[in-house]
Design a protein around this ligand. Structure first.
Ligand SMILES: [Mg+2]
Length: 244
């Protein structure tokens, strides 16, 4: 397994927290000459944090809207995967949304976002969340739900399109079957659809019925929730001589 792609929230964390197992995982991946690329719905600013503080070379943020990398000089460079006009349209739409539905709670990190915006649905009344979902759909605005946010965007963005762009331009010698993906939520569905080697950690159970495209492997048991599940499964993959 040459590249390990993974969602962050709920997949590399446990109960919302980053634990020791995350660092065990980083060591396991490095010891097997592989690379971890986090593919998250979190903001571009979060990507800077992840690249700054962890031994990672690339992260794919905003649900596939932007790739951040560390260049040879050690600086962090961004590649935005949507058109400038989409970024402008997104901001204009957001202004209309706030006016139309003042109850909407944008995530605190929305100011650090470029290609999408995020809504704190857990801080809103269910009826208001429904109203927002309907407004997004009515206006043909793409949206998806992670375990922490509803994200919405303008343009062609998905975790899968971000990863495909990454493989084509940043790792052209790597085949799809030399990669693996771990996820836990609805916004991981494009990866489950397009990548054969996809794994759902056991906490994916709560949304499994809502997924049209399910991961090839679904881990079971409390001991395989979040980062623990990724660690156990990946160790097995690396320990066995077969690729998957
Ligand atoms: Mg998640």
């Amino acid at each position: 397994m040459k590249k390990v792609f993974s969602d962050f929230d709920g997949t590399l964390t446990n109960n919302g927290k980053l634990g020791a197992v995350f660092f065990d995982l980083l060591n396991l991946i490095e010891a097997n000459q592989s690379e971890l690329i986090i593919v998250s719905g979190r903001s571009l600013s979060w990507g800077h944090f992840l690249l700054t503080h962890f031994p990672l070379k690339h992260v794919i943020m905003e649900g596939g809207g932007v790739i951040l990398s560390r260049n040879k000089e050690g600086q962090i460079v961004e590649e935005v995967l949507v058109y400038d006009e989409d970024v402008v349209e997104l901001e204009n739409f957001t202004q209309r949304l706030i006016k139309e539905i003042p109850e909407v709670v944008l995530s605190a990190d929305s100011f650090g976002r470029k290609t999408d915006r995020a809504i704190e649905f857990s801080q809103m009344k269910a009826s208001d969340v429904k109203k927002v979902n309907e407004y997004l759909t009515k206006n043909n605005i793409s949206h998806s739900r992670s375990n922490v946010h509803i994200n919405y965007w303008v343009g062609d963005i998905s975790k899968s399109s971000g990863v495909k762009h990454f493989l084509k331009h940043y790792a052209p010698h790597i085949d799809h079957d030399q990669t693996i993906f771990y996820g836990d939520a609805l916004n991981d569905e494009s990866m489950f659809r397009d990548f054969q080697n996809s794994v759902g950690v056991s906490n994916i159970m709560s949304v499994l019925d809502k997924l049209k495209h399910k991961p090839s492997i679904i881990l079971e048991g409390k001991e395989n929730a979040g980062a623990n599940g990724v660690f156990h499964h990946l160790k097995e993959v690396f320990d066995s001589s077969v690729d998957f």
